[in-house]
Design a protein around this ligand. Structure first.
Ligand code: NAD
Length: 371
């Protein structure tokens, strides 16, 4: 029987990249039945609200969703659909793997880490107000609870075990935020002690940013609060090749929603130019989540080989600044078709090879590439 999946195409490039991801999912042969629901601009047009109840009902029923990005107006306008969705469904863990694929489009081919971000509270709790009538001062409340901190830290250690990773780093700012930061730090220390098989340490957020852009290969799993996690996952995506190749997952109690790190990229909407890889790797994570390990491995391998070959890649992976072999960029749909074509053909018994560019090799021999 086909497994039902809620599909939210989203805004901007969302419909293009989700169509690409569906195409690759179909190539795996895994029986998935898509239940398509609108959120964001399409839902405002059709239902008068950016997040109709039908969307939440569908995800609650299927407990599995693939989502495209949704535009959020800056400053005024409706509240972020993404933030509301996370809070309504209690999707407390945002998991963003940053894996440099085939050593391409990155200065750091050794990048292979996972950012685990608490996604329901912190500075994104929506508790904000003007302090005075003149609107000359404002406050945003940083809500940190022991319950949510324990839950996300435990999630990170369990994930590390499942994924055969060995090290978890907590990221906070407990030196300045002496209540909220210290509460998160205390939760981390208590739970880390329950996982003697996994090493643990802590970094202040500012130092963490500097360490990551110097030697990302030193880090394995990072666990942190909402805002720091949002920033760190974009930073990690940049280290691993850019937003175009960075997938993400949101987990709640028995519910999983898969969405790319990137947004709706309005300037590329409707042009068939956007990189479909982030959304396609969301399918990889979804397949792993439902136990379809071989299909997931095929998707990852097909993406890897397509990027390594660099014959059919979108503009962001074809840029001359990133590669020794600038190539003519392909469309979103052409790259998806190439990945889908490879899915049934890839040989999973062969080791993945990192195609080091000549520049990267030269940097390594200069001693400048962090090992
Ligand atoms: P963005 O991720 O949409 O774009 C940032 C840059 O990356 C742009 O130059 C864009 O063109 C490029 N880019 C993004 N995805 C790409 C892809 N797949 N292929 C090639 N290039 C890609 O971020 P933004 O411009 O800050 O946000 C645009 C909108 O998306 C905003 O309304 C924002 O609120 C929303 N957003 C939504 C989500 C989500 O739905 N989870 C996440 C982030 C941003």
């Amino acid at each position: 029987m086909a497994r039902k999946v809620t599909l939210i195409p989203g805004d901007g490039i969302g419909p293009e990249v989700t169509a690409a991801a569906q195409r690759v999912a179909e190539a795996t042969g895994v029986a998935l039945e898509w239940e398509v629901v609108d959120a964001g601009e399409a839902a405002i047009r059709n239902a008068g609200t950016p997040l109709p109840d039908a969307v939440l009902d569908s995800i609650r029923r299927n407990r599995l969703a693939l989502k495209g990005p949704i535009t959020t107006p800056i400053g005024g306008g409706f509240r972020s659909v993404n933030v509301t969705l996370r809070q309504q469904l209690d999707l407390f863990a945002s998991v963003r793997p940053a894996r440099a694929i085939a050593g391409e489009a990155t200065r750091f081919p050794e990048t292979d880490l996972i950012v685990v971000r608490e996604a329901t509270e912190g500075l994104y709790s929506g508790v904000e107000h003007w302090v005075d009538r003149d609107h000359s001062a404002a406050e945003t409340v940083n809500v940190i609870t022991r319950k949510a901190s324990d839950r996300i830290v435990r999630f990170a250690f369990d994930l590390a075990r499942r994924e055969k990773r060995t090290h978890v780093t907590a990221v906070h700012k407990a030196n300045i935020m002496k209540t909220t930061g210290a509460l998160f730090q205390t939760a981390f220390r208590a739970i880390a002690a329950e996982y003697p098989d996994i090493t643990a340490d802590e970094r202040l957020i500012d130092n963490m940013c500097m360490q990551l852009v110097k030697k990302p290969g030193d880090y394995d799993v990072l666990v942190t609060t909402n805002l720091f996690g949002d920033i760190l996952s974009d930073l990690a995506a940049g280290l691993a090749g850019g937003l175009g190749v960075a997938p993400g997952a949101l987990y709640g109690d028995g519910i999983a929603v898969f969405e790319p790190v990137h947004g709706s990229a309005p300037k590329y909407a409707g042009q068939d130019r956007a990189d479909p890889v982030a959304e396609i790797l969301c399918v990889e994570l979804l397949l792993r989540h439902i136990g379809e390990k071989e299909a997931a491995a095929r998707v990852y391998r097909a993406v890897w080989e397509t990027i390594a070959e660099k014959k059919v890649v979108t503009y962001d992976l074809a840029l001359p600044g990133y590669t020794d072999r600038p190539v003519a960029p392909s469309s979103c749909s052409a790259m998806a078709a190439e990945i889908a074509r490879k899915v049934p053909l890839v040989d999973l018994s062969r080791p993945l090879e990192v195609a080091r560019t000549e520049r990267a090799t030269a940097r390594a021999s200069d001693g400048n590439l962090e090992a």
